[in-house]
Design a protein around this ligand. Structure first.
Ligand code: HPA
Length: 276
């Protein structure tokens, strides 16, 4: 099991294993969440490794659970993409959920792109909107940095003044404006799931100052910032936490709406990787 104490050695071992296989060091790490899974089609794949063949990667107890690391070229840059992420609600601990980001950093990757699907609570949002994440609220029951701090990764107390790179956001906004792509910007609140929120909880999320709510991303971004990575986050609004839409919230709807918005998310991510 991954713990605060063995984390660095395990991540070092995994990073060295992957670097041995590759001829290049990736420039970007990309987490393909809902709404971005098909970005893998844009990647000119060099090497693909199933998670079960990656040393120290969390092992799934769920039957048929898939996932792989994809290395290849996207918009002219060599990237490492995670086709499938580890969610806290699946039972992984927070060191496991965020292990891939540890490995990325030790491989020499300094830029991270994360994507997800979320429920919109901002009254101006519509289903299918694409939201650039400008900030987040941590609402999980376990903190990924809890326990002994390993200074080789970063400091005990982490500055979170710019969790999402303003420069990266600007590159994407400029591209979107110049190409007539509409988008939203907002705050993402992460909680553990796996239940979708009650109406009262969606209202709470709005009251707390968030625009969207989901079950991932925030732990990975915290760990990336612990190691001073630059992060870009993007979310597809797949449902709305209000009286009218709450009855329709289910996994199939989330997947369906995320897939519809996917071409836009893919285009914005390609543009970012090319220009930044
Ligand atoms: N809540 C939590 N997670 C989600 C939602 C939601 O409404 N939509 C997609 N992921």
């Amino acid at each position: 099991m991954l713990t605060a104490e063995n984390l660095y050695d395990k991540a070092r071992e995994t990073a060295d294993h992957l670097l041995d296989i590759l001829d290049e060091i990736p420039e970007y790490g990309i987490v393909l969440g809902s709404g971005l899974g098909s970005l893998s089609e844009d990647i000119d794949i060099d090497v693909e490794i199933p998670y079960k063949s990656v040393p120290n990667f969390p092992v799934s107890t769920v039957k048929g659970h898939k996932g792989s690391l994809i290395f290849g070229w996207l918009s002219g840059k060599y990237v490492m993409a995670m086709n499938g992420r580890f969610h806290y609600y699946e039972g992984y601990n927070m060191k496991e959920v965020t292990f891939p980001e540890r490995v990325m950093k030790l491989m020499g990757i300094n830029k991270l792109i994360v994507s997800n699907a979320s429920g919109g609570v901002n009254v101006n949002f519509k289903i299918g909107d694409v939201m650039i994440i400008t900030d987040h609220i941590f609402f999980f029951p376990e903190h990924p940095l809890r326990g002994a701090n390993d200074e080789r990764f970063g400091p005990r107390f982490v500055n979170m003044s710019e969790p999402y790179s303003m420069e990266m956001i600007k590159v994407v906004e400029d591209y979107a404006k110049n190409n007539g792509i509409s988008y939203q910007k907002g705050v993402y609140l992460g909680l553990q799931g796996p239940t979708f929120e009650t109406l009262a909880e969606y209202k709470m999320v709005r009251t707390l100052g968030a625009d969207a709510v989901g079950m991932s991303t925030v732990p990975e971004v915290i760990v990336a910032k612990h190691m001073e990575m630059e992060v870009f986050g993007i979310s597809v609004i797949t449902d709305l936490g209000d009286e009218e839409f709450i009855k329709n919230v289910n996994h199939q709807e989330v997947i369906k709406e995320a897939a519809k918005a996917e071409p836009v998310v893919r285009e914005l991510v390609r543009a970012l990787v090319e220009r930044y």
